[in-house]
Design a protein around this ligand. Structure first.
Ligand code: HEC
Length: 124
């Protein structure tokens, strides 16, 4: 059993070094979002027809903030601390009045990663 075990270890370390094709980044981000509970209020793409969503579809977030340099920093803080109900950015476009703070569900580093991915969604 010695060789297979070594082989497994080798494969594992190659995998984590990114040598072996890593699963699509989008899949990681979707998982992260699902674990943090984001997807109860947000969809990734806008859904055709139907009712207004609770929170803005992320592809629309990407469109809205396209080319804004400070968007990553600002939105990371909004996600962690929640949005200001008196300065709604999505008034009349969503049914949610404000986003609650998510810092209990996701840390800052992961939030930044997720927001960077969200902001890239209009490129597709
Ligand atoms: C309980 C529902 C809810 C959850 C859970 C939620 N959101 Fe939101 N989110 C909203 C609403 C409502 C808005 C619109 C706020 C506004 O109008 O300014 C929003 C707005 C946003 C925006 C745009 C903010 C802006 O100022 O334009 C981003 C980015 C975002 N959410 C990401 C996330 C991420 C990432 C998570 C998970 C960690 C998450 N949301 C979890 C309801 C939610």
């Amino acid at each position: 059993m010695r060789i297979p075990r070594l082989l497994t270890l080798l494969l594992l370390s190659l995998g984590s070094a990114g040598v072996i094709a890593a699963p699509a980044k989008s899949e990681d981000m979707k998982q992260l979002a699902a674990h943090a509970g984001c997807l109860t209020c947000h969809s990734i793409e806008a859904k055709a027809g139907g009712e207004e969503p609770i929170g803005p579809p992320w592809a629309e977030v990407a469109r809205k903030y396209h080319g804004q340099k400070d968007a990553l920093d600002k939105l990371t803080q909004t996600v962690l601390q929640g949005s200001n109900p008196y300065q709604s950015h999505w008034k009349n476009k969503v049914t949610g009045l404000a986003m609650p703070p998510n810092a209990v569900a996701i840390n800052e580093a992961n939030t930044r990663k997720l927001v960077a991915w969200i902001l890239s969604l209009d490129a597709k």
